[in-house]
Design a protein around this ligand. Structure first.
Ligand SMILES: Cc1ncc(COP(=O)(O)O)c(C=O)c1O
Length: 380
């Protein structure tokens, strides 16, 4: 799995193994619907485009409370499509968070922009509006906040800055399906928003899949053209595009899963509450901090601990799988060595990379499994 550094799980005696996520369990609970969805695509040979893709785009737009959904091959392409459709000139700078999966920043470069990182806020793991404000230059054209782990970034503050400086905003919603900010759906604040349906995401396909959404019809058309070889009709290539398609099989699987997304989200939120209660009093453990007016959908339940590596090794030895999302904040990756970033430029992201630990989290997680995780953390 790309975004998670995961240690192999060693089951010890007298302990219940707790996986980080359990995709097989989810499949078993929906086996009938998923098998039928796959069979119908094969029966109809609707492998590329076709009714399953159209249907999923409409259904997802309705669930995301947005007018247009343009499906594509993955959440990485979704970011690229949005940036490309908005258009860049050489030298244009785009601000994004210092702590995310690399797709967010790499697509800025691939679309022809210059990446400018902003530190996180030190509380929610999302981009700091104050850092955005101080990174703006005459070349800045846009901001890409990431609703990391499932908690919305501070969209009021970000949109105020964007409007003041006439910048566009693309929300990276890869980890935050159904999250809300002041009771408004994420993905509806900026000009466009990207989603990933990577298998482990809150809504996951059985392979790569993604979408970009917008309320702007013109932008939707432009992103559709870019994703479909530069044209809306066969053999009419208005521009040079790419091939970034959601395939029929993935669309049908996603439509089979979509009706369950709300219940899965509530189940994740309840599991998070259970962890909160069990972990809150344990010395050295910092549980996720949620700002008022933000709903967290817990793609990941990420704690902080000063002895993170030792804790991860200990849990692993007890059969509890954990993840680190992400062990190196973006500015410090070799991919960005050309910028010669220093830790003091991004103190929050730098500190977080050494103390964050994601615990097992999935909609079907049982309370006994969570009790086991909590017990081992307490004993550690
Ligand atoms: C924050 C974030 N952005 C973008 C992506 C890219 O999505 P995908 O893996 O579907 O390309 C991911 C997925 O890992 C992600 O977590």
């Amino acid at each position: 799995m790309p975004e998670i550094r995961r240690a192999a799980c060693v089951e010890s005696e007298n302990s219940m193994p707790v996986p980080f996520a359990d995709l097989q369990l989810q499949y078993q609970t929906l086996k009938g619907a998923i098998d039928e969805a796959i069979a119908s695509v094969i029966r109809e040979s609707s492998f590329i485009r076709g009714r399953h893709v159209d249907q999923f785009e409409q259904e997802f737009a309705a669930v995301a409370e947005i007018r247009h959904c343009v499906s594509c091959a993955n959440g990485t392409d979704a970011i690229w499509l949005a940036i490309k459709a908005l258009g860049l000139r050489p030298g244009d700078e785009i601000l994004t968070t210092a702590h995310s999966w690399i797709s967010t920043s790499a697509m800025i470069t691939h679309a022809g922009g210059t990446v400018v990182f902003c530190d996180t806020d030190g509380v929610t793991f999302t981009i700091s509006p104050a850092a955005i404000e101080s990174a703006i230059t005459p070349r800045t054209v846009g901001i890409i906040p990431v609703h990391l782990y499932g908690q919305p970034a501070d969209m009021d503050a970000i949109m105020t800055i964007a409007n003041k400086h006439k910048l566009w905003v693309i929300e990276d919603c890869a980890q935050a399906h159904l999250a809300r900010y002041r009771d408004r759906p994420i993905g509806s604040f900026g000009q466009a928003a990207s989603y990933s349906f990577y298998p482990g995401k809150n809504l996951g396909a059985m392979g790569d899949a993604g979408a970009v959404v917008t309320n702007d019809a013109h932008l939707a058309e432009r992103m559709t053209m870019l994703a479909r070889h530069g044209g809306l009709l066969k053999h009419q290539h208005e521009i040079e595009g790419v091939n970034s398609r959601l395939d029929g099989l993935q669309a049908a699987i996603l439509s089979a899963k979509l009706p369950h997304l709300r219940a899965w989200t509530v189940a994740r939120q309840e599991a998070a509450k259970f962890y909160d209660t069990g972990l809150n009093q344990i010395r050295d453990v910092t549980i996720p901090q949620i700002k008022p007016d933000r709903s967290h959908v817990y793609h990941l339940y990420t704690i902080c601990h000063p002895a993170r590596d030792e804790l991860a090794r200990y849990l692993n030895a007890k059969g509890v799988q954990t993840g680190i999302n992400y062990p190196t904040a973006l500015p410090f990756l070799p991919a960005y060595s050309r910028y010669r970033h220093r830790p003091e430029q991004f103190p929050n992201a730098y500190a977080d990379q050494g103390r964050i630990l994601s615990l097992p989290m999935f909609a079907e997680i049982r309370r006994e499994q969570q009790e086991e995780v909590i017990r081992h953390i307490r004993e550690f």
